[in-house]
Ligand binder design. Structure first.
Ligand SMILES: C[S@@+](CC[C@H](N)C(=O)[O-])C[C@H]1O[C@@H](n2cnc3c(N)ncnc32)[C@H](O)[C@@H]1O
Length: 366
């Protein structure tokens, strides 16, 4: 089955790769936290973002619906003014049908402010016209329906081309009602404040959330793995087989984290072998993650990748939104690899997060 991101990539639109990935993680996080509460999209164009939102919803919460609001009259923002393109309704309908998500999208062919809205919202994605008046009007029209802890994502948060978006985002944050939890390219994600992020959640509800969160984690992992597999297909490199990925568990002490990529029993066909995950210190900050092999340093990266899913899981942790790490390791000269993943805190001793054992496959991949 094609990944959501590869389907979205083939639909006309302006969200780039990193923005698509963040939007997918954001929708998965919102769906995990808020379950069947709807996602509202202002500005669908040909459906690139709609497919990402609906794909995440389908994977994480089967009853969640996407309300895709767009007049489809072909009026777009452009740094130099308005850009008129052919109407987009037909292309939008064709694309969501082709992507297999039409059954969970409710099209509202109106301008945002013409919509009479009265439902709670898990995620509000604003990508209509990008001048200050329009962005602010879109935001104000829906923001009071966003549930505490719910998310608001703005596209084109770029001061040079669209200062109105930056101003509106800044005002939302300085109002004290929202905090920024992630950004990639021109996409920025805010979270609405909760009255008490540490308030206990009833057990039955918590179990539901845990199931949806697990689905969200699996979705993100599958998407990352299929992207890696896609890029590997193009390279005639020998494959590696991932034999074991072992977390060091309790030995990690005051540092918690996870190695999300690679997954056990998968094969990697590229020279660049991706290792990705997240790490959090209690209470200190983990600045870097290192990969070592037989005591030698192989690579070191900063802990700074956006992880809205972890931020959602640990709302009280200030660094959770940017606690991800990602390596591209060159295994071309190794036949067997035993890689140790170490968390390097700002103060205190390095801690082993886990180990990865990989072996070069002798036969060509099937
Ligand atoms: C930048 S495009 C959206 C891109 C889309 N999110 C994607 O991923 O490809 C902006 C869209 O906003 C729509 N639009 C313009 N004014 C609007 C309004 N007041 N309410 C809702 N949508 C609007 C336009 O018709 C256009 O399709």
């Amino acid at each position: 089955m094609k990944s959501i991101l590869s389907i979205a990539r083939s639909i006309e639109g302006r969200l780039d790769e990193a923005e698509c990935r963040l939007l997918l993680a954001t929708a998965a996080s919102a769906a995990a936290a808020s379950g069947p509460l709807p996602i509202v999209e202002v500005g669908s164009y040909c459906g690139r973002s709609t497919v990402i939102l609906a794909g995440a919803a389908r994977a994480v919460c089967p009853t969640l619906r996407i309300f895709a609001i767009d007049p489809h009259q072909g009026s777009l923002s452009h740094p130099k003014g308005e850009l008129i393109v052919p109407p987009t309704l037909e292309r939008f309908l064709h694309n969501i049908e082709w992507a297999g998500v039409a059954d969970r999208v409710d099209l509202i062919q109106k301008k945002s402010f013409e919509v009479k809205w009265d439902l709670p919202v898990a995620l509000l994605f604003i990508d209509g016209l990008h001048d200050y008046e329009n962005v602010r009007r879109d935001f104000l029209h829906f923001q009071s329906f966003v549930v505490p802890g719910g998310l608001v994502a703005f596209d084109d948060n770029d001061g040079e081309t669209y200062p109105g978006v930056v101003r509106c985002v800044g005002e939302a944050i300085s109002s004290g009602g929202y905090e920024q939890i992630a950004s990639a390219g021109r996409l920025v994600v805010l979270r609405k404040g909760t009255e008490d992020a540490t308030a206990p959640i009833p057990e039955a509800e918590w179990r539901e959330i845990a199931i949806r969160r697990q689905r969200a984690i699996e979705l993100l992992r599958d998407e990352l793995l299929s992207e890696i597999a896609d890029s590997a297909d193009a390279l005639p490199e020998p494959a590696f087989e991932i034999l074991k990925v072992e977390a060091s568990g309790k030995a990690a002490g005051t540092i918690s984290g996870s190695i999300d990529i690679p997954a056990e029993h998968t094969t990697i066909s590229s020279r660049d072998f991706t290792v990705a995950g997240w790490v959090l210190g209690h209470p200190g900050v983990v600045a870097h993650v290192e990969i070592r092999s037989e005591g030698e340093l192989v690579s070191r990266v900063p802990v700074c990748e956006s992880r809205p899913d972890v931020a959602l899981a640990f709302p009280a942790k200030p660094n959770a939104a940017q606690c991800g790490f990602r390596f591209a390791i060159d295994l071309s000269r190794m036949s067997v690899a035993c890689l140790e993943v170490w968390a390097i805190p700002v103060t205190g001793h390095p801690r082993l997060l886990g180990t990865i054992r990989a072996r070069r496959r002798t036969e060509p991949p099937a």
